[in-house]
Design a protein around this ligand. Structure first.
Ligand SMILES: Cc1ncc(COP(=O)(O)O)c(C=O)c1O
Length: 395
């Protein structure tokens, strides 16, 4: 997953180029105009096969900006999966809208059958998250969305470089959002991107992410506004990093795929073990290798064996960052707002129970993952294979 493993002189040189140029701001500033963020946007759009790309300062901002571009606001419901990083639904709250949580299936992404059940007259958007580097079932999700006339935002924070039937994920919905934070495959330290083919949406998000400024060529400080916005701008140093990292994206994915394949073959010998379903295995960005054991107790036993042999896996059943079941602050309705927002609302309070997504809870209690690293060497792969061999004998 992490591009930080392959930071080298190219990134240092790119950062120094920005410093020597002395222009840190992407738009006009005294002394000149930024160029790196704009070039990163163009190259990222072209890499993904999208018409437009807007760089922002985080993957969380990208989801928020995408939702605002789609016109989401108070009173609207937005469907999000119960397995994602908290950022996805924080962004919904930040628009003043209501996140409605949906079950996942064996793809670890939105369950299209439950999705249909979660749609109400207030639903305004579906957020499909391509979790752990691989694809959500976009064909089924899009057909539900089309039946109900709803836009799909693809939260592709974890899946840069992943394709589905030859097309990059993030290009299937109304817009796709990416994260380039410190642990992502393509990293700019912090940063994000929104891609879209819709010119009007692109125009709106460009303006919204920069206080509403319309970016007419009248000089900074003289622009007009169609609406108010916020500051979600990416800076030039991040743009320069992004350009270098983008060059490495394809080789990084290739390296992770090779490591993943080696371990997948070994793991397939563990009795009872089944792998996460991949709608298109060939397009997987291979940032994670994820599998299920038949029961939660066996999953814990396998996790203990792997950990004892130096190959600990992520136990999603107890993970507090990504699993609906373990978002204690959501269930408690905790908020710094004195008036209880976003849980207490004039039209009725929101309440989220930890048992509301039983299928998701049960699947994640049986699920383990290894994050695939770029710099694993032969010794590391052998250590993991040896750990698997211990497990094979234990089941
Ligand atoms: C699915 C998902 N959405 C959004 C984000 C937020 O990205 P960022 O950390 O860049 O704000 C993340 C980050 O891990 C994520 O995994």
């Amino acid at each position: 997953m992490p591009g930080f493993e392959w930071l080298d002189d190219k990134e240092s040189k790119a950062l120094m180029e920005v410093m020597n140029r002395g222009i840190l701001f992407r738009y006009d500033m005294p002394g000149g105009r930024g160029q790196y963020v704009e070039e990163f946007e163009k190259k990222f759009a072209s890499y993904c096969g999208a018409r437009f790309a807007l760089a922002v300062n985080s993957g969380t901002a990208a989801v928020k900006v995408g939702l605002m571009g789609l016109g989401i606001g108070p009173g609207d419901e937005v469907i999000v999966p119960g397995f994602t990083f908290v950022a996805t639904w924080e962004a919904v709250f930040d628009c003043g809208a209501t996140p409605v949580f949906c079950e996942i299936d064996e793809t670890l992404c939105l369950d299209p059958a439950d999705l249909e059940k979660k749609i109400t007259s207030k639903t305004r958007c579906i957020v499909a998250v391509h979790m752990l580097g691989a694809q959500a079932r976009m064909d089924l999700i899009k057909s539900v969305a089309q039946r109900h006339g709803l836009p799909v935002l693809e939260d592709t924070a974890q899946a840069a470089g992943c394709t589905l039937e030859g097309k990059y994920v993030g290009t299937f919905g109304a817009c796709g959002t990416f994260s380039f934070d410190a642990v992502k495959t393509l990293t700019t330290g912090e940063g994000g991107m929104v891609i879209t083919d819709d010119e009007a949406l692109y125009q709106t998000i460009c303006e919204y992410s920069d206080h509403g400024h319309d970016h007419k060529p009248v000089g900074r400080g003289n622009e007009g506004r169609r609406f108010s916005g916020f500051n979600y701008r990416m800076m030039e140093l991040q743009g320069a990093l992004g350009l270098v990292q983008l060059e490495k994206l394809t080789p990084m994915v290739a390296r992770m795929r090779a490591h993943k394949q080696a371990l997948k073959e070994a793991l397939s010998r563990v009795p009872g073990l089944t792998f996460r379903e991949l709608p298109d295995a060939a397009g997987d960005s291979a940032t994670f290798l994820s599998w299920f054991m038949p029961e939660a107790a066996q999953t814990q036993r396998l996790a203990a064996i792997l950990a004892d042999n130096g190959a600990g896996a992520v136990p999603w059943g107890v993970n507090t960052w990504h699993s609906y079941t373990n978002w204690e602050h959501l269930h408690a309705g905790s908020t710094p707002c004195k008036n209880g927002w976003p849980y207490k609302r004039p039209q009725g309070d929101l309440a989220y129970g930890p048992q509301d997504l039983p299928k998701t809870s049960a699947l994640l209690a049986r699920c383990l993952s290894w994050q695939i690293m770029l710099n694993w060497d032969e010794a590391e792969l052998q250590k993991r294979t040896a750990a698997i061999n211990h497990a094979v004998g234990a089941f």
